[in-house]
Design a protein around this ligand. Structure first.
Ligand SMILES: Nc1ncnc2c1ncn2[C@@H]1O[C@H](COP(=O)(O)OP(=O)(O)OP(=O)(O)O)[C@@H](O)[C@H]1O
Ligand SMILES: [Mg+2]
Length: 284
């Protein structure tokens, strides 16, 4: 059964887009059918590590939200990042980018959109692309599209840095997610000084938030150097950051071969439509 995974943080710049792009790539490399949706409509960026050429983007999430195309028409095949780097992967990797055109960003900020369309779009994408995992890269903070993504998630990954501002905001995010009854939540600490990547820190965070820590990722120069130009885990597979992300990917999506999961002989059963917007928060 396909799962929706939202990657969120209360504050900006925590590493959401890079972690999402790397997790999605590793999942596809291990054989899953994966798509990423960039719901950071105000400041999109995840197309960059996927090397998606702006000129080759026909439709975006904005076009779908404005009724110009079905969502699958905005799904770009980005499996090319794995070319020559993953010999026998049966997986697939798509990205639904948000528009980076100034006028389109300002139009959506000015006029807004019906956030319920995200629900329909996610369900349709899961069905059309026969996805195992749909990853949602979000805008930081609590806003309408974030709440919508959180409500629709089977798994919520909250990223934080070791910073007092992040600590407070993360508590708020987790409170909201609990009220919205997200089935599974996990924390990831990023940009942690290597000397502090310890079990003691993990335990401290887990007991403070009553939420499991899926990984603690070090701050690293190599990431600054790469500057989102590629998928870090493919460039530096032996780096501790890459190993940390790999371990997180395995907790979320255990490698399918191990469990003999590859039996996609018939099309996936269409998922039932989710309950309407906010119904989970008030109705269950
Ligand atoms: N562990 C790390 N060490 C060093 N730099 C990092 C690390 N993780 C991410 N970065 C860098 O931090 C910057 C922000 O990363 P990214 O864009 O993934 O964050 P974000 O949470 O998606 O940001 P936004 O909230 O603006 O969408 C990028 O320049 C990225 O290369
Ligand atoms: Mg981002």
């Amino acid at each position: 059964m396909s799962k929706i995974l939202s990657i969120h943080s209360f504050r900006g710049g925590t590493g959401k887009s890079n972690i999402t792009a790397n997790l999605a790539t590793l999942m596809a490399r291990s054989g899953y059918r994966v798509a990423v949706v960039d719901t950071d409509i105000q400041s999109p960026g995840i197309h960059v590590p996927f090397g998606l050429d702006e000129g080759k983007i026909c439709y975006t999430l904005n076009d779908y939200l404005w009724g110009r195309c079905p969502i699958e028409a905005a799904a770009c095949d980005v499996s090319g990042v794995l070319k020559g780097r993953s010999p026998n992967s049966k997986g697939s990797l798509h990205l639904v980018p948000s528009s980076i055109k100034m006028n389109e960003i300002s139009r959506i900020l000015r006029e807004g959109y019906d956030a319920r369309l995200l629900n329909d779009g996610f369900q349709r994408l899961k069905e059309k692309l026969q996805l195992d995992y749909l990853l949602i890269d979000t805008h930081p903070g609590i806003n309408e599209e974030t709440l919508m993504s959180v409500i629709l998630s089977d798994i919520l990954v909250v990223i934080l840095r070791p910073d007092q501002q992040d600590y407070q905001g993360t508590a708020v995010t987790l409170d909201v997610a609990r009220k919205l009854e997200v089935p599974k939540m996990m924390l990831v600490l990023n940009k942690v000084l290597p000397a502090l990547v310890t079990d003691a820190l993990r335990q401290q965070i887990e007991s403070a938030y009553h939420t499991p820590v899926a990984g603690i990722l070090p701050v690293c120069e190599a990431m600054f150097e790469l500057a989102s130009r590629d998928i870090f885990c493919l460039q530096h597979p032996e780096h501790p950051w890459a190993k940390g992300v790999e371990a997180i990917a395995q907790q979320i999506a255990p490698p399918p071969q191990k469990f003999g999961l590859f039996k996609r002989t018939a099309p996936a059963t269409p998922a039932p439509l989710h309950k309407p917007f906010f119904a989970r928060s008030i109705g269950r």
